[in-house]
Each structure stands twice: as C-alpha cells, then as structure tokens.
Design a binder for this molecule. Structure first.
Ligand code: HEC
Ligand code: HEC
Length: 218
C-alpha cells in the first residue's frame, strides 16, 4: 500500500513538472534576475532608500544638473567629491544647502556617493547659449593663465582637481567670485592666487567659456 502511495506521489509530481516545468523555470529565472539586478543597484547606490535620491532634486539625474547654480557632480574625480563633502561637513567650505546634509553622511556614505558620481558620464550644457565675444575672451584667458596645468588638458579634472568643462555657468562664476573674496578657501591657496589676477569681467568670460566647453571622454 505504502509503495502504491509513493508511486502515486512521484507520478503526480512528474505530471505537474511536465505541465508547469517551463513556467517554474521561468519563475525561478525571473526571481534570480530580480535578485541580481537589485543587488547591482544597491552596490552602486547603497541600500534603500538610496543615498543619491537625496541629491537628484538639486544635482540632476546621475549628477548632470539642469540648473546652472547647482553644480554637476557627474564625472568629477572621486577624490575631489569626497574632499568637498568632508569640507562641507567640517564647515571648512560653507554652503547652506550642503553643510547640514553633509554632516549626516558617514565616511562610507561619502565614499559611495563620490564613487557613484565619478563614474557617471558628463552631459554638455545644451541649454546654455553663450555670448560669443565673452566665450572667445574666456578661451584666451584659460589658455594663457595655465588652468589646464592643474585641471587637466581637456579641463576634465583628475584627483584633487575638479572638472571645469561643461560645468554650470552660474556655479562657475559664483565659485570664481568666492575664491576672489576669500569666502571659499583651499589649503594650497592655488585658486586664490589664480583669481587674484583676474578682473570681474575676466571671471565672467572664463565662466562663459568653461560652461560652453564640450565634455571630452576621459
Ligand atoms: C537643496 C539642494 C541640494 C541638495 C539636495 C544637494 N546639494 Fe550638493 N550642492 C548644492 C549647491 C547649491 C552646491 C554649491 C555650493 C556652493 O555654492 O559652494 C552644492 C555643492 C555640492 C558639491 C560640491 C561640488 C563641486 O564641484 O565642488 C558636492 C560634492 C555636492 N554638492 C554633493 C551632494 C550630494 C552627494 C548630495 C546628496 C547626498 C547633495 N549634494 C544634495 C545643492 C544641493
Ligand atoms: C596650481 C593648480 C591650479 C591652477 C593652475 C588652477 N586651479 Fe582651479 N582649482 C585648483 C584646486 C586644487 C581646486 C579645488 C579647490 C578645493 O579643493 O576647494 C580648484 C578649483 C577650481 C574651481 C572650482 C570648481 C568646483 O567644482 O567647485 C574653479 C571654477 C577653478 N578652479 C577654475 C580655475 C581656472 C579658471 C583656472 C585658470 C585661470 C584655474 N582654476 C587654475 C587648482 C588649480
């Protein structure tokens, strides 16, 4: 009797597998697809809620800002991004939007954010229509003042030196002015020295040229 029941169970399982086997396999594949893609997303952006969700509103999707006073983070060197987040948190760099937020980030959060944004590709400033005269003047200044020596041949940044190409115009101008007034400082003093030799009009021309510059692949 026991044998008959055992055979019966095996027979039923065989029939069920024959009928639903494909669907079960598909279900299994779907399940493992969901698990792997969720894992990939989480390794990239951290566990839910994603840290980057707090940045998108101001810095744009994947760090390409559509709002000129808010800087793009995409493609900035990880070392630079991480240093700035630590500077905001310590109050060494003062920005009302960023200070309180940076204070809530752990060291690991900062590493994750810096790595995430540094890997994103940079979009050109398509919405920006530069004054051609200012742009040309800015180009001359950038070439003669040797900005590329630190910011990289294509002005795409590296290590502690930020990318300038295709950054937002209003943000660039605000930073050049902030270095000029001493509102923004950095330990090497390099930028203070650079802007000290520039008039307000020259800073405007440089911001125009840099914002209009097409980003180069690294
Ligand atoms: C409410 C708007 C807002 C939000 C939200 C926000 N930021 Fe910012 N962020 C700014 C502004 C404005 C600046 C420019 C500050 C200045 O003028 O110095 C900035 C600057 C930065 C900079 C410096 C960029 C550079 O080129 O030096 C980094 C890095 C940064 N933010 C990272 C983040 C990250 C990461 C998040 C999310 C965790 C975030 N921000 C969320 C508004 C915001
Ligand atoms: C000797 C090296 C050096 C040279 C030359 C130099 N820079 Fe910089 N620049 C830096 C460093 C370092 C920083 C980052 C400062 C910080 O950590 O806050 C910086 C930051 C900047 C920023 C702020 C970017 C951002 O995302 O917030 C702008 C704008 C800038 N430089 C423009 C220029 C221009 C324009 C020139 C040429 C006229 C120039 N720099 C030449 C070293 C240099």
């Amino acid at each position: 009797m026991k044998k008959i029941i055992a055979f019966g169970v095996i027979a039923i399982i065989a029939v069920l597998l024959a009928i639903f086997g494909r669907d079960l396999l598909d279900l299994y594949r779907l399940q493992s697809y969901i698990t792997t893609s969720t894992e990939a997303y989480q390794t990239e952006r951290g566990s839910w809620p994603h840290l980057t969700d707090a940045c998108t509103g101001c810095h744009g999707s994947k760090g390409n800002s559509l709002n000129s006073p808010y800087p793009s983070l995409a493609g900035q060197p990880a070392a630079y991004l991480s240093a700035q987040l630590h500077n905001f948190a310590s109050g060494q760099r003062v920005a009302p939007n960023m200070g309180p937020l940076a204070m809530t980030l752990s060291r690991d959060d900062i590493d994750l954010l810096a790595n995430f944004y540094s890997r994103q590709s940079v979009s050109a400033n398509v919405a920006f229509s530069p004054d051609e005269g200012l742009k040309e003047k800015g180009k001359q200044l950038v070439q003669t003042r040797g900005c590329a020596a630190c910011h990289g041949g294509q002005l795409m940044g590296h290590d502690a030196f930020p990318r300038l190409a295709a950054q937002g115009h209003d943000y660039l101008l605000a930073q050049l002015n902030a270095f000029a007034t001493g509102e923004r400082n950095e330990s090497s003093g390099a930028m203070k020295a650079m802007v000290a030799a520039l008039s307000a009009d020259e800073r405007k021309a440089i911001a125009t040229y840099l914002a209009a510059l097409a980003p180069q692949p690294k």
